[in-house]
Ligand binder design. Structure first.
Ligand code: SF4
Ligand code: SF4
Length: 166
């Protein structure tokens, strides 16, 4: 979420910009901010990151694996659940009218097992300045996650799929 310029839907997020940052699509150049040394952050399932307006970009591999998980053809999955990104560079998951991700069901992700890397990587693999105001993940000592102890603002590799940190 630098990444590229914010690509959320400003017309759909009126009044929400101050409350929530956009789910900005990363473009392989991501950073972490406000991370405590030697800690990782454990998701508390508040669902905020699935509710704020913005894009969840999808790679070809992600499109394939989500469609397969849902038992849908790739064509049907794309038609039903995705939209063209505002920058016209690929596809994003669509939102509900209230800005929630289409796959959010209460506090559960309907595609948790195969959720996009952008989702799995937040907030440990990437985040944005001020993310802790909107995310309830709690820091715990971490000796296992690669990259623990990064300094705030350090560039990190593109997100991978950690053990469902989000
Ligand atoms: S795919 Fe799942 S984890 Fe990602 S934004 Fe949607 S509901 Fe949240
Ligand atoms: S990653 Fe943070 S914002 Fe997202 S559900 Fe977990 S605690 Fe909430």
């Amino acid at each position: 979420m630098p990444r590229e310029a914010p690509s959320f839907h400003p017309e759909k997020s009126e009044g929400l910009e101050d409350a929530f940052p956009p789910k900005i699509g990363h473009s392989g150049q991501v950073s972490v901010y406000d991370m405590e040394e030697g800690m990782r952050y454990v998701c508390q399932r508040c669902g905020n990151c699935c509710r704020w307006p913005g894009e969840v970009p999808l790679s070809d591999a992600e499109l394939d694996r989500i469609a397969d998980f849902l038992g849908m053809s790739l064509h049907d999955f794309i038609a039903e659940y995705t939209d063209l990104r505002l920058n016209r560079n690929g596809l994003t998951l669509i939102e509900k009218p209230n800005h929630e991700c289409i796959f959010l069901d209460g506090i559960d992700c309907r595609i948790q097992a195969v959720k996009p890397d952008q989702c799995a990587g937040f907030p440990n693999q990437w985040n944005f300045p001020g993310w802790r105001k909107s995310c309830e993940a709690v820091p715990v000592p971490d000796d296992t996650v690669s990259g623990a102890g990064r300094s705030s603002g350090d560039p990190v590799p593109s997100p991978t799929r950690p053990g469902d940190s989000a």
